[in-house]
Design a protein around this ligand. Sequence first.
Ligand code: GLC
Ligand code: CA
Length: 565
Amino acid sequence: MKRSYSQKVVYQIYPKSFCDSNGDGIGDFPGIISKLDYLALLGIDCIWLNACFESPQRDNGYDVSDYYKIDPDFGTMADFEQLCQEAKARNIDIMLDMVFNHTSTEHDWFQKAIKGDKSYQDHYIFLPPNADGSPPTNWQSKFGGNAWEYVPELNLYYLHLFDVTQADLNWNQIAVRQEMANIVNFWQHKGVNGFRFDVVNLISKPSTFQDDDTGDGRRFYTDGPKVSEYLRELNLNSFGHNPEALTVGEMSSTTLEQCVQYANSSQDQLSMVFNFHHLKVDYANNNKWALAPLDFKLLKSILFEWQVGMQHANAWMALFWCNHDQPRVVSRFGNDESYRNQSAKMLATTLHLMRGTPYIYQGEEIGMGNAYFEDIKFYRDVESLNYFDILKNEGLAEEDILKVLSARSRDNARTPMAWDSSPLAGFSSSQSWIDIPKESVTINVQSNLKESDSIFFHYQTLIKLRKTYPVIAEGSITPLLYEDESVFAYQRDWSEGNEHQSLIVLNHFFDSELHLDLADILGKGDNISHWQVLINNYPDLLIDQSLNTITLRPYQSIALLKLSN
Ligand code: GLC
Ligand code: CA
């Protein structure tokens, strides 16, 4: 099945940290407009803007107080409309971030609810205390602490799966679901075709609330009973009528079986889904705050399981290493000390040539690494600050906590986009809301654009290739060298009529040099001379014809193409 978006690439912008036009240290829409030519040069098709509706910014916009207004930090509605127009003029669509699982406690609905308005209390999940006054359940908030907050005036608790200022909505209420469809339609009328739905597999809560004796409660509210029903209804009442719509759901702690439903080919729910299993492969004991080295074989097996499983069901997935909640991939699975250029390109090739829609997170295309902040005073993220206290209370030494944060904090991704080598990195004319990492002196847009073999141009090539070869956009995927401990390899195939395209992608994830038997890769009868090099992050290929081997150098990544008809 052909999908209108299989050739597209999405670029994610964290508006707060992309470009500041008015010198208040916070990125804004006029700043983004001034960089649209840069994005057009990269070749992307759609910009996903992180949460930008009016918000008290407790969780950087994921606490919405008014879904019909732009947060004044980012500009005015007129600025937003201009951004849409100018993007459209460059064939770029806009995707908005719909934070529909919860609202800010400053939202008008919540304010009415706590003043005693029963109909607005029904918009949220309010429950009475247990007989001893304790919260209704022992569920944990994802940002730490109990997930219920007591409101003394009402003698009720409300549920917040995230921060205490992010109250979960009650999607069982038809009024809430109608409001959500209205909001999507409002932005759609402004010409927005893309929608990302924040933690959308958490919207359907169970009908009874009970303690979780074995976990933090997530098994009771993740992929709840009516998620698909609610998504189908939202689709029908809003974006389902729009042939240009591109929708993606963020699925927290989900399963392949569920995602096959959410993003299947009937298209009656979402175009595609994000899942995070492949980004938990460096957690010790499944704990985000406990460091472990990358489990490469686990990374491979998870990605292959999802690639093959989604393909089998004709469902579609978003491909990503980075976003505003994840550390930078070149520091995480690559090597930002000795092989930044090679490893960043290798990771890009691995991702962009798989089956699905690639997402690039701002700065990834120039090889930006983690922030490496050395003091808690540099951190801004509510989750990081909460966990600093939690880990301290658990008895961890401050030095060790800082080590964990420097690998795991969401702020690693949220530092300002580095445009040039000046002290403020060309981001703003004054001190930015969060510090600029030291590496920006060398790792920036200006230096990338100067070198024709930079990481930026590697991304540009990958985007062009997706639009040129249907095997990348539409082809099937088969894992190769499944048991190999250092190479991530796969084959893609595509045919139409007599025309056939095959692609073999070899990605070396480590800093060693290794030899592979070409017969294991190409199949016994085939010869390397039938294949052309489509993209390579080294200037050449090391082939030994007599031994029929290929040598991969540190972080080398190669795609080979064979066309036939
Ligand atoms: C999603 C967002 C994250 C936010 C959370 C709560 O995971 O990506 O930034 O904090 O939802 O809305
Ligand atoms: Ca600004």
